[in-house]
Design a protein around this ligand. Structure first.
Ligand code: FA5
Length: 348
C-alpha cells in the first residue's frame, strides 16, 4: 500500500476510535478540526491530489473521498448522540396536562359592547341597525331637520366647523347628533320604518365629568301610516327597552320640550336605576334620571325628505349612549371612555 492510502487508513481508524469516546460538544469541535478541518491531514492529502500522477490520483482519490464522507457521517451521528445525551431529562420534562398560557388579546370597547347589547334588544322588537357618516352635510345635520338658519346650535359654541374645500358642493361638519341618519334613511326608504342608529358625534363643548366633546348617541326612528305609531307606542317601546336593558321594571316620564325636528317634543326621564324612585345622590333626590329627547317627527322633516305632508306619522328619540354606559357601569367620569386608558378599558 502506497503512503497516502496507509495514512488515510490510519486517520480513519483513529478518527473512529476517538469519536466513540467523545461526550461533549467542545471536544467534538476539536475532533472536527483535527479530522475534517481545512488544515487537517486528510484535507492536505485531498489538496495534494492535483500534484500526483494520473495513475496515483486514480488510486488515492476515491480512498480519500470515501474516508472524508465516512468521517463526516460519523461526525453527524456523534453530534446527534451528544445532543441527546446532553439533555437533563429531569429538568426538561413537559407537563402536558398544564393549562395553556393565555395569549394577550384586545377586546371590544365598552361602548361597542353596549351598542351590541342595545341592538340585540331592539332586534327582538323588530328594529334594524343603520349607520351614517361622521362628517356630514350641514343640510342633513341642520336644514332638513328644520333648524332655523340662525339657530344657536349652529354657532361656534356647539358645532366644530371644518375647513371647507372650494371644490366641495356642500358645507360639511362633524355631525352634532345621530338625527342626521333619520334624514339619510328616509331619503332612501319609504315607511314602514323601524331603525336604530348608534353613532359617534362631536360637539364644541367644554368637558367635565358628565360632558364630552366626542361621545356616542343612539337614535330610534319608527314611522308608519297615521294612527299606527303614536306617543303611546313610543312610551311602550322605551319602557320595554329600558326594562330589558337594566334587567328590572323601569318607568318612563315625559316632559314637554322643544326640538325643531319633532312636534310635539319631549324630554324623557327613566325611574332611577339605583334607588327606584326613593331619591338618591345619583338622581339628585328626584327619583328620575334625564336620559334623552324624543317626539313625533315634524311633518316639515317628512316634507324635506320627499314624503307628502300628513301621509305618515312616527316618533324619533335620541339619547346619550355614553351617559347610559355611565349609569349601567356606575362610572362617575365620562372622559374615561375616550381616554384610551387601558387600566379603565381592561375592566370590561
Ligand atoms: C339631541 O341631540 C337630539 N338629536 C335628540 C333627539 C332625537 C330628540 C330624536 C328628538 C328626537 P340633545 O342635544 O339633548 O338632543 O342630546 C341628547 C342626549 O345626548 C342628552 O340627553 C344627553 O344624554 C346626551 N348629551 C348631550 N350633550 C352631551 C355631552 N356633552 N356629553 C355627553 N352626553 C351628552
Amino acid at each position: 500500500m502506497s503512503m497516502p492510502q496507509a495514512k488515510i487508513a490510519t486517520l480513519l481508524g483513529e478518527g473512529k476510535k476517538e469519536l466513540a469516546s467523545i461526550k461533549d460538544a467542545s471536544t467534538l469541535l476539536t475532533w472536527e478540526t483535527k479530522y475534517l478541518g481545512r488544515k487537517s491531514e486528510l484535507n492536505e492529502i485531498l489538496k495534494g491530489l492535483k500534484d500526483l500522477s494520473p495513475e496515483e490520483k486514480r488510486l488515492v482519490g476515491p480512498v480519500a473521498q470515501h474516508a472524508r464522507e465516512t468521517l463526516t457521517t460519523l461526525h453527524q451521528e456523534a453530534a446527534k448522540r451528544i445532543e441527546r445525551e446532553g439533555v437533563d431529562w429531569d429538568k426538561e420534562w413537559i407537563d402536558v396536562t398544564a393549562p395553556g398560557e393565555r395569549i394577550p388579546a384586545g377586546h371590544l370597547h365598552p361602548i361597542t359592547l353596549l351598542e351590541n347589547e342595545i341592538a340585540d334588544i331592539f332586534a327582538s322588537l323588530g328594529f334594524g341597525v343603520w349607520d351614517g357618516p361622521e362628517l356630514e352635510m350641514e343640510q342633513n345635520n341642520f336644514d332638513s331637520l328644520n333648524f332655523p338658519k340662525d339657530h344657536p346650535a349652529r354657532d361656534m359654541q356647539d358645532t366644530f366647523w371644518v375647513k371647507q374645500d372650494k371644490h366641495w358642493k356642500h358645507t360639511y361638519l362633524p355631525r352634532t347628533h345621530t338625527s342626521t341618519v333619520q334624514v339619510r334613511y328616509m331619503q332612501e326608504h319609504k315607511p314602514p320604518i323601524r331603525i336604530i342608529v348608534p353613532g359617534r358625534i362631536f360637539r364644541n363643548e367644554a368637558t367635565d365629568a358628565s360632558h364630552e366633546h366626542t361621545f356616542h348617541q343612539f337614535e330610534c326612528l319608527m314611522v308608519d301610516e297615521p294612527g299606527k305609531v303614536t306617543v303611546a307606542t313610543f312610551k311602550y317601546i322605551a319602557e320595554t327597552f329600558f326594562s330589558r336593558f337594566f334587567g328590572k321594571k323601569i318607568d318612563i316620564r315625559l316632559r314637554p320640550s322643544y326640538f325643531p325636528f319633532t312636534e310635539p317634543s319631549f324630554e324623557f326621564d327613566i325611574s332611577c336605576v339605583l334607588c327606584e324612585r326613593k331619591g338618591c345622590s345619583v338622581c339628585q333626590q328626584t327619583g328620575w334620571l334625564e336620559i334623552g329627547g324624543a317626539g313625533m317627527v315634524n311633518q316639515k322633516v317628512f316634507e324635506s325628505v320627499g314624503y307628502k305632508r300628513g301621509a305618515y306619522q312616527g316618533f324619533a328619540w335620541g339619547f346619550g349612549l355614553t351617559r347610559l354606559a355611565m349609569m349601567k357601569y356606575k362610572i362617575t367620569d365620562i372622559r374615561l371612555f375616550m381616554s384610551g386608558d387601558l387600566r379603565f378599558l381592561k375592566q370590561f
